[in-house]
Design a binder for this molecule. Structure first.
Ligand code: NI
Length: 205
């Protein structure tokens, strides 16, 4: 390499470095101002079309303005579903003592993952065990499938060992949605009523 060649090479290398530095700065600036940096709401929940305990068609519009506390399960569930519903009912009663208006803004819903056995009548009978304001919703297998998809709930039939009947394996999450049926929070079904009430107090708008 001659002296002029060396100089040209050095200049080219320096030029490349400058370009690289500019590119990196630009990328960093774009990332800093990107709208994706804002906290985004999980894409959970949305429109549903179901059947209530009186056999009437119902959609999310029925509950517009109410904060929905939703649990998905089935009435034949031996343990997990009853526990979740007990905690939900208990939490609403506790909240009603300290913040009656907030408690009243909540509509508790139980949406079945087992529409074959959970008829409107079966749901009505089951709900009275837990809370007077709890509403059970069912629907056709397709209506239930669509609703589960919208709320990202997993449910699958499993045979019960030694029994003639089946059980449902299902995700066990309590959802809190706002008055426009948009996701606010979710809670574990194991959360005791007192704790769930405190979390509702925090998360309710
Ligand atoms: Ni269950």
């Amino acid at each position: 390499m001659g002296k002029s060649q060396k100089t040209a090479f050095a200049l080219a290398a320096a030029g490349l470095l400058v370009i690289l530095a500019l590119l990196v700065t630009d990328i960093m600036r774009r990332e800093a101002t990107s709208p994706a940096a804002a906290p985004s709401r999980p894409d959970i929940g949305g429109a549903f079309s179901l059947v209530d305990m009186n056999g009437q068609n119902v959609t999310q519009a029925q509950y517009a303005g109410k904060n929905l506390l939703i649990y998905f399960g089935f009435t034949y569930c031996p343990d997990v579903c009853p526990m979740a519903l007990m905690h939900m009912g208990g939490a609403l009663d506790i909240l009603a003592e300290s913040a009656p208006q907030r408690a009243a803004s909540v509509q508790p819903l139980f949406i079945t993952v087992d529409p074959e056995r959970d008829t409107p009548e079966a749901l009505a009978e089951y709900m009275i065990n837990f809370h007077p304001r709890l509403v059970g919703l069912t629907g056709s297998p397709k209506q239930i499938r669509d609703t589960l998809a919208v709320y990202r709930v997993y449910a699958s039939k499993v045979m019960d060992e030694g029994a003639s009947d089946y059980l449902m394996d299902h995700s066990s999450i309590i959802y809190l949605m706002d008055g426009e049926n948009r996701y606010l929070a979710h809670f574990d079904h194991n959360l005791p009523a007192q704790e769930l009430a405190a979390r509702l107090q925090q998360k309710l708008p």
